[in-house]
Each structure stands twice: as C-alpha cells, then as structure tokens.
Design a protein around this ligand. Structure first.
Ligand SMILES: [Mn+2]
Length: 356
C-alpha cells in the first residue's frame, strides 16, 4: 500500500481494516508495540488500534514500548488519559498471537523487539525501511500522511466506530504534535482527521497535557544546550552531553530550530550508553531521514521524514566524545559546511549582560 498516493490511500481505509481484521480475527491476544521513547503519535496510534481491536473483535490488546517516556507532555498524556502502556522488557512478545508495530519499522533501529520477531501488523507513516514490509501479513505504510494517528482515525471512521473521548483526545494530540498543528507535513487526510476528532476530544485535558509541568532538569538542559551550541553558517550543532531522558535531544532540536538563522539542527546527547541524535531542518528539499541514514551508516541506526529524523549510536567501547566528534565531522561533510566556520551560537557569556 506504500506506493499509492494519499487519495487512493484514504479511499482504501475500509479495505485496509478488512485486511487487518483478516489477520487478527479469531486470535486471543495482541501486543501493540511503538517505537522506543514513544511520542504522542505513537502512543495514540497504539491506543486507537487497541480500541479498534477490542471494540470490533473483542480482542484484548497490550500496549508496550522500548525505551522510556521522558518528555513531560508525554508523561502527562499517559497519566491524564489513563493509558496503560508497559515497558517491552517486562513482557514476552512470543506469548502474543498478534504483534503490531505502530508509527515505526524495526529496520529503523528504534524498536525494542528482537530481530527474529516479524510483526504481524505494521502501520506507519515513516519512509519505508529496507525490505521491512516483506513477510508482514498486514502492512499499511502511508508516507504522505503527517501522523500515524491519521491512519488510525481513518480506520475508525471507515468502520463507523467513533473514538471515545480518551482515544479521540490522544489521536487529536498525536496529529497535532506530529504535524506541529497541521503546519508540518500535513496533508488533506490529516486535516480531515483533525477536524473529525476535534469535537470528540477533551480540550481541557489536552490543555493540561500541553502545559504539563516540567522538572528542573528541563531548564538545566536549556542552559547546557545554549552553552554547547555551535553554528557553521546555517547548520546548528548542539551536543547536550548526558541527558536525563532520551527525547531531550528532540526537544532541544525543536527549540533550536526556532532560531531565524537555522537551516539544519543536529542535536546529540548521551543516554544509556547510546548517543541519541535528533535532526531537524526547515529545508523542504532537505530529506533529513536520508541524511541521517547516510551519516550514521556503519556507526548505528537512523531514519525519519523529510524535515525531522533521528538516530542512535551504541557506544560499545568508544568514548562519547569521539562518537560525537565523528558525527559532527560526517554531518558537516554531508551538508557541505566547513568545520572552520564554527562559531558559538551565543557569543557573549550569558552573564555578561547582567547588571551587577
Ligand atoms: Mn509519527
């Protein structure tokens, strides 16, 4: 289904659900797995798939993720919407009849499932990774969509099953955050799903999620990010050092992309013996996903979309500093910027302007 244009994709949702039910009908248990350190789109998609399978097939689904839920908004989402999602290491995936992967493909290197497990169901909007779809009984990859939540919303709509307020709120937030309020990569299908979900979502809870309180470590990360951000013309490189949670790299990358001089943001940080990479660009021709895949080749894994991407490099015996330095060298070479152009983003020491 990945080759079709967005229009034929949306028309095919009813058929897609039929094919999905073919795979899931008559089984007892399903495990729905997101990518590691799941974002709202991943969590919402898992939740909506569970809702669909439970409501229509009476199937009990368990939600699981690798990594951790670190971002304050994502923690608030799970708490305020009472979403039961468990760490993958607590479960044995082999005990489930159906294994579904949402908002992710194992080949991107950000899925905690062991390599010998082929998912039964794959629903995603990231660029297709290698021959990931081969051997998967049900795969629906719609790269033209801004969010996997949009695909799930179209499934619910196609079978005439409106989401309950929790699921609607999650899906709405999934689309809103993955598309930056329909401003990033959003197509007609995303707009349609967004408007379909809006009256069904609990906007009070949504506001509480988006304004979630953050720990002090969040502000510390900002200070460190600004202190350790260098620019090479319009390429901005930030090395955060040790991070309190892995998606801090993405949070800081989003934040730095707001700088008016930025074209590319590359943010790295250390978490759990891995260098986590988050990349953003506002260059519509940038193809961030491919850039990251090329840069990390031979070092680790990565992938993503046109404007945003990410990757992971296991340290093994290397020092974090060496890995970060090599990544910087490769990114600059790939983006054709010179190391010698290096300047600090904020030249003056932060305290220099304070009145004593
Ligand atoms: Mn997504």
């Amino acid at each position: 289904m990945g080759e079709d244009g967005p229009d034929s994709q949306s028309a095919s949702s009813a058929e897609a659900v039929e094919a999905l039910f073919e795979v899931a009908r008559g089984v007892r248990s399903a495990l729905i797995v997101t990518h590691d350190d799941p974002d709202p789109d991943a969590i919402a998609s898992a939740m909506a798939l569970a809702y669909l399978l439970e409501q229509r097939l009476g199937l009990k689904a368990t939600l699981a993720h690798g990594g951790i839920i670190g971002r304050a908004e994502n923690k608030a989402m799970v708490r305020l919407l009472s979403i039961e999602i468990r760490p993958l290491y607590e479960l044995d995936p082999r005990k489930y009849d159906v294994i579904a992967l949402v908002d992710a493909q194992a080949g991107a290197g950000n899925v905690g499932l062991s390599e010998d497990i082929t998912p039964t169901v794959l629903i995603d909007h990231h660029s297709e990774v290698q021959s990931e779809v081969e051997g998967v009984p049900f795969a629906d990859i719609r790269t033209g969509y801004g969010a996997t939540s949009t695909i799930l919303s179209s499934y619910l709509k196609a079978v005439g099953l409106p989401p309950d307020p929790r699921t609607a709120t999650a899906l709405f937030y999934g689309i809103k955050s993955d598309t930056m309020g329909l401003a990033r990569r959003a197509g007609d299908a995303d707009v349609e799903a967004y408007l379909y979900l809006l009256p069904l979502a609990d906007t009070k809870i949504l506001a509480q999620i988006e304004q979630a309180q953050v720990p002090l470590a969040y502000f510390r990360a900002f200070e460190r990010a600004l202190e350790r951000t260098f620019i090479y013309d319009d390429v901005v490189i930030c090395s955060l050092g040790s991070m309190d949670w892995p998606d801090l790299a993405a949070e800081m990358a989003d934040f730095l992309l707001r700088w008016e001089g930025a074209r590319w943001i590359i943010c790295t940080g250390l978490f759990d013996d891995e260098i986590v990479i988050s990349v953003r660009t506002n260059d519509l021709e940038g193809n961030a996903g491919r850039v990251v895949q090329e840069v990390v080749s031979g070092m680790g894994t990565g992938g993503g979309h046109d404007l945003m991407a990410g990757g992971r490099i296991p340290l093994d015996d290397q020092s974090p500093r060496d890995v970060v330095r090599e990544l910087r060298r490769r990114f600059l070479a790939r983006l054709e910027r010179e190391e010698s152009e290096r300047e600090k983003l904020i030249q003056e020491p932060l305290r220099a302007n304070l009145i004593q």
